[in-house]
Design a binder for this molecule. Structure first.
Ligand SMILES: Nc1nc2c(ncn2[C@@H]2O[C@H](COP(=O)(O)OP(=O)(O)OP(=O)(O)O)[C@@H](O)[C@H]2O)c(=O)[nH]1
Ligand SMILES: [Mg+2]
Length: 260
């Protein structure tokens, strides 16, 4: 397989047009196994991501062994908030679209191969006017889920600009995954699955199609991220290597499986 093309150069700051943003790529994890906040509370830290560390009691009674910060990015309306609500609460926010203002976060603790992994998930506003707020948070993100809407071509076309932005503001080794959301809307689909796959391959990104409405691949996307982050921070000797790309390819389900 030919190596992925270089990411957009850092000096080429491009801003996603439509209702969305701009961006750059990255793929990895900054934090090492430093000591973690003694008592991670329900409030997110102002600066810096949660760090892997010793077991402790998180706010709200959530025990966890290690914690990471994940950010959802992509154009306004692609379904970032709905994806997070689906993952956190198992529900779908139907009805009137209420655009996120600034940034918000939710926590969820996952059991990853016997270890409690807390994901602190930051839901960003896709609207251009909040871009400077979002920029300030990239630096601390261990992982980014970059979304487009399969029923909105502009949101797909803006992915490269998002990658440029990510490259500029995120850690160079942030874990990054591309998600094509709203695959339940088969009639309105304008971005083919193969187009998403092709783009992801070009940039060497793991890729899945999702639906916040049906839940298709939603838990899987977060679990994949959690597994990758856990492994990067504390791979036990002899533990088999976790391969993110292979995992999402193997475990990801097709859109047709879960249409309501
Ligand atoms: N059919 C379908 N609709 C979805 C899905 N995800 C989100 N929507 C709808 O798309 C609209 C936008 O969803 P949001 O999650 O609020 O979008 P967002 O990306 O958070 O937008 P901003 O907060 O402005 O950045 C809402 O009307 C949702 O009901 C999905 O998987 N399928
Ligand atoms: Mg939102």
């Amino acid at each position: 397989m030919p190596p992925p093309p270089p990411l957009p150069p850092r000096d080429r700051k491009k801003t996603p047009k439509s209702k969305g943003a701009s961006a750059t790529a990255a793929s990895a994890l900054p934090a090492a196994n430093g000591p973690r906040p003694a008592r991670p509370g329900p409030e997110a830290p102002r600066n810096g991501p949660p760090q892997p560390g010793r077991p402790s009691l998180g706010g709200g009674g959530d025990f966890y062994d290690v914690a990471f910060k994940v950010m959802l990015v992509g154009d306004s309306g692609v379904g970032k908030t709905c994806l997070l609500v689906r993952f956190k609460d198992g529900a779908f926010l139907a009805g009137t679209f209420i655009s996120t203002v600034g940034i918000d976060f939710r926590n969820k603790v996952l059991d990853v191969d016997g270890m409690k992994v807390k994901l602190q998930i930051w839901d960003t506003a896709g609207q251009e006017r909040f871009r400077s707020v979002t920029h300030a948070y990239y630096r601390d993100a261990h992982a980014l889920l970059l979304l487009y809407d399969v029923t909105n071509k502009a949101s797909f076309d803006n992915i490269q600009a998002w990658l440029t932005e990510i490259q500029e503001y995120a850690q160079h080794n942030v874990v990054l995954m591309l998600l094509g959301n709203k695959v339940d809307s088969a009639q309105e689909r304008v971005v083919k699955r193969e187009d998403g796959e092709k783009l992801a391959k070009e940039y060497g990104l793991p890729f899945m199609e999702t639906s916040a409405k049906t839940g298709l691949n939603v838990d899987l996307a977060f679990m994949a991220i959690a597994k990758e982050l856990k492994q990067r921070s504390m791979k036990a000797p002899g533990e088999p290597q976790f391969r993110l790309h292979d995992y999402v390819k193997r475990e990801g389900r097709g859109a047709s499986c879960c249409r309501p």
